[in-house]
Design a protein around this ligand. Structure first.
Ligand SMILES: N[C@@H](CCC(=O)N[C@@H](CS)C(=O)NCC(=O)O)C(=O)O
Length: 367
C-alpha cells in the first residue's frame, strides 16, 4: 500500500475518532474504526505475503562461515540461516521453503525496504539509525558481538594505540567502518582506512599485507581466522587484539510497520531461547509435545495441558509454530553449538549464555 493511501486511511481513522467523541452512534463507529485498522494491518502484512507465496525470502550472507555461507555443495548454512529455516517452519510448516538472497553489507537494507526480501538475517547490528532512518524493525538479538582488530602475530601490535599510522582493511556500509573512525580519531591516532564492498578482495589485500589490521565483528574475525589459508600463514599467523571496540548486537530484522510478521519472527527467536531454558530439543520435542510436563511447556508447544485448552496467541500461524521451529533447527543452544562453537566462540561465561547462566539470552513469558 502506498504512503498516500495509508495517510488517507489514517486521516479517515482520525476523523472517525473525532466523530465518535461527538456522536451517539459510538458503538457502530468504533466497529468501523476497528475494521479500518484491520484492513490497514492486513494490507501491509508480509506474513500474508509469505503464506500466499508459500516461500520465505530471506536476505543472508553467503561468505561468512558460522553465520551464513553458500557451501560448495550449493546449500546455505549457518547460525543466521537457521533463523530463516525456523521462521519458514513456523509459518509454512516446512524449513525448506526458504529462498535465500545473498546480500553485501551495503546492499542489505535497500533489499529489505524495497520488498526484495521479507526479512534480513545477515550478521546485522542493531543501531538507532538503522532502526529509524532506514525504516527497519530489529526483532531481537540472537548474538551479542563486539568489534575487534586482527593483525599478524609477528606485527608487534598488542593494542590499538600501537597502531598509530597504520592502514586498516574494513568493509563499506558497516558499523565497523564508523566505529573504526570513532576509535582512532578520538584517541588522536592517525590511520588510513582501506575500504571494500565485499570480503574476498579485502582478504586478498590483507594477505598481500596492503593493510596492517583487519577490523570487523569479533565473530567475523574468528570465522575468517579459522579459515585463513596455510599459503598465507594459516590461523596461527594471526591474532585478534584483546580490546572490544564497540557493541554489536546482531539479529533478524523486518520492515517498519509490519507488526504481524515482525511478531512471528520475534517470538520464533524467543521460542527457541525458551526451548533451551525448558530443556526442549529437536530430539525430544515430539515426546514433550505429546506429554508436556507443565502448562508453560504446553503453551510454548501449542498443545493442551491435560484436559485444558490449547493456548492460541493469535499470531496468525498454527499454534504449534514454535514446536515446528524447534523440530526443524533445535533450540538456541543447539543452533549455537552447531555453528558457532566450531569457530572457537565459547558460549559459557559470555553474553550469549542463557540468563540463567549469567548471560543476556532471555525470552519474555509465553502467556
Ligand atoms: N555487524 C556489522 C558488520 C557486518 C558485516 O558485513 N560483516 C562482514 C565481516 S564479519 C561480513 O559479513 N563480510 C562478508 C562479506 O561481505 O562478504 C554491521 O551490521 O554493519
Amino acid at each position: 500500500m502506498t504512503k498516500l493511501k495509508l495517510s488517507f486511511l489514517f486521516l479517515s481513522v482520525m476523523s472517525l475518532a473525532i466523530f465518535v467523541a461527538c456522536s451517539a452512534e459510538t458503538e457502530t463507529i468504533t466497529k468501523e474504526v476497528e475494521v479500518i485498522k484491520e484492513v490497514m494491518v492486513e494490507a501491509k502484512s508480509t506474513l500474508k505475503t509469505v503464506q500466499d507465496r508459500g516461500t520465505l525470502k530471506c536476505g543472508v550472507n553467503d561468505n561468512l562461515t558460522g553465520f551464513g555461507v553458500l557451501t560448495s555443495g550449493g546449500t546455505f548454512e549457518g547460525f543466521d540461516i537457521d533463523y530463516c529455516k525456523a521462521v519458514a517452519a513456523a509459518i509454512l510448516g516446512d524449513a525448506s521453503k526458504v529462498e535465500y538472497v545473498p546480500l553485501t553489507a551495503s546492499a542489505r537494507f535497500e533489499a529489505l525496504s524495497s520488498g526484495e526480501i521479507d526479512m534480513l538475517v545477515r550478521n546485522t547490528t542493531w543501531t538507532a539509525s538503522r532502526d529509524r532512518d532506514l525504516g527497519n524493525d530489529f526483532t531481537a538479538t540472537t548474538f551479542y558481538d563486539g568489534q575487534g582488530m586482527m593483525v599478524y602475530a609477528d606485527s608487534g601490535y598488542k593494542t590499538i594505540e600501537d597502531m598509530n599510522g597504520s592502514t586498516v582493511c574494513v568493509l563499506q556500509g558497516t558499523t565497523t567502518e564508523l566505529n573504526l573512525d570513532d576509535r582512532f580519531t578520538s584517541a588522536g591516532l592517525d590511520y588510513t582506512p582501506l575500504t571494500f564492498e565485499t570480503n574476498d578482495p579485502l582478504q586478498a589485500a590483507f594477505e598481500e599485507k596492503r593493510c596492517d589490521g583487519w577490523t570487523t565483528d569479533k565473530s567475523g574475525l574468528a570465522s575468517k581466522r579459522a579459515e585463513f589459508p596455510a599459503s598465507a600463514g594459516g590461523p596461527d599467523s594471526l591474532v585478534v587484539l584483546a580490546e572490544t571496540l564497540s557493541k554489536e548486537p546482531l539479529g533478524p530484522l523486518t520492515r517498519d510497520n509490519d507488526s504481524n510478521f515482525y511478531d512471528v519472527v520475534q517470538w520464533v527467536v524467543f521460542g527457541l531461547i525458551q526451548a533451551e531454558e525448558s530443556g526442549i530439543t529437536s530430539a525430544n520435542v515430539s515426546s514433550m509435545a505429546a506429554n508436556p510436563t507443565d502448562p508453560g511447556m504446553a503453551r510454548l508447544l501449542g498443545v493442551a495441558f491435560g484436559d485444558g485448552k490449547v493456548a492460541d496467541f493469535s499470531f496468525g500461524v498454527d499454534p504449534t509454530f514454535i514446536q515446528n521451529a524447534i523440530s526443524a533447527v533445535g533450540n538456541y543452544g543447539e543452533i549455537y553449538e552447531r555453528h558457532l562453537t566450531p569457530l572457537g566462540l565459547t558460549r559459557s561465561g559470555s553474553l550469549n549464555a542463557l540468563w540463567t547462566n549469567g548471560g543476556l539470552i532471555y525470552a519474555p513469558p509465553f502467556r
